[in-house]
Ligand binder design. Structure first.
Ligand code: UDP
Length: 329
């Protein structure tokens, strides 16, 4: 029973790799290192550098390693980039995922766990948003992911491939043991950017929009700690292994923080009053999006361990300091 982890050298994938390794699972990582780092994968985990859309390579990996489960992280994830290059996103996130799925079906893979996103909901009509809410992605990124959800549903019905789709809310923080974190240079995620501003790695932080219909006018998001998210995948895998049904689940804590609340926390934890500039809205941002998480709790018994913004911010700051001392390779 070997698991293929695509994108296992990236931010979330590397935490998954650690989670699986810590659980004694047998795994192989496939990553093209376009945004991931070799140093993010422990030396005792086999890693193949390559493209998950390369049919020949993927078939060889699936057959040679007798892969029975795939956890598919590898994707492009920057919303504005997807607006500028939609066809690039549909190629990478959708068309290549279709090849991966076809290879999985042809070689007898039994289970597929897919990284989807809260972006499939677009701007939700109410919060917390349940999995049955209207699916109305507003970006090519969200659409590129939603199409894979539909492919999985259809392929599962036709070919018996079992799957779990996990719709991530705002992933943040870093491994509490300091083994991994968000290493991508030029990352745009709020907690990462605020941590960099606190450490003087950026001159200031911009707040994108202060006139939203939220309590303080800034956007509200559900920040989920990255190890809790990785654990959700392991729980999903165990659910499928024990004969559980294919499912789509939100991954979030069920409560949110505004941009100003996050900034306040980063200032408090770091002890640095870094410059903050109030700026205009960023296109495509929903005012508020918070996960209803009853389904994942009930289906897998998923229980968060790090539902604590202060701890998440501390981890992000610790990881940023570590990156300065020891850049990833
Ligand atoms: N945000 C911000 N300044 C930044 C980065 C993000 O004000 O430098 C805001 C962004 O507009 C959104 C929230 O923080 O309202 C979370 O954005 P992020 O990019 O972290 O995640 P997203 O919700 O877009 O997936």
């Amino acid at each position: 029973m070997t698991i293929l982890v695509t994108g296992g050298a990236g931010y979330i994938g590397s935490h998954m790799t650690l989670e699986l390794r810590d659980a004694g699972e047998k795994l192989v990582v496939l990553d093209d290192l376009s945004t991931g780092f070799r140093s993010a994968v422990p030396a005792d985990v086999p890693m193949i550098v390559g493209d998950f859309g390369d049919d020949e390579l993927v078939r060889d990996i699936l057959v040679y390693n007798q892969i029975d489960s795939i956890i598919h992280f590898a994707a492009k994830i920057v919303v504005p980039e997807s607006v500028a290059d939609p066809l690039g996103y549909y190629l990478n996130n959708t068309a290549k995922a279709r090849s991966l799925l076809a290879n999985a079906v042809q070689t007898g893979v039994k289970r597929f766990i897919f990284s989807s996103t809260a972006a499939v909901y677009g701007d939700p009509q109410s919060n917390p948003v349940t999995e049955d809410a209207v699916l109305a992605p507003v970006s090519p990124y969200g659409r590129s992911k939603l199409m894979v959800e539909w492919m999985l549903e259809d392929a599962s019905r036709a070919h018996g491939l079992d799957y779990v789709v996990l719709r991530y809310f705002n992933v943040a923080g870093a491994d509490p043991l300091g083994r991994s974190g968000q290493s991508t240079p030029n990352a745009t995620h709020l907690i990462k950017v605020a941590a960099q501003a606190a450490l003087g790695l950026r001159p200031k932080l911009q707040v994108f929009g202060t006139d939203y219909a939220t309590p303080d006018g800034t956007c509200v998001r559900d920040y989920i700690q990255v190890n809790d998210l990785a654990r959700a995948h392991l729980d999903a895998l165990r659910h499928l292994r024990s004969g559980g049904a294919s499912l789509v689940c939100n991954c979030g804590y069920g409560h949110g923080f505004s941009v100003l609340e996050v900034i306040e926390m980063v200032k408090r934890v770091s002890g640095v009053d870094f410059p903050v500039e109030l700026a205009g809205r960023r296109p495509g941002d929903p005012a508020a999006i918070v996960a209803a998480n009853e389904r994942i709790r009930a289906a897998f018994g998923w229980t968060p361990r790090y539902d604590d913004l202060e701890a998440i911010v501390r981890q992000a700051l610790d990881w940023e300091r570590r990156l300065v001392e020891q850049p990833p390779v």
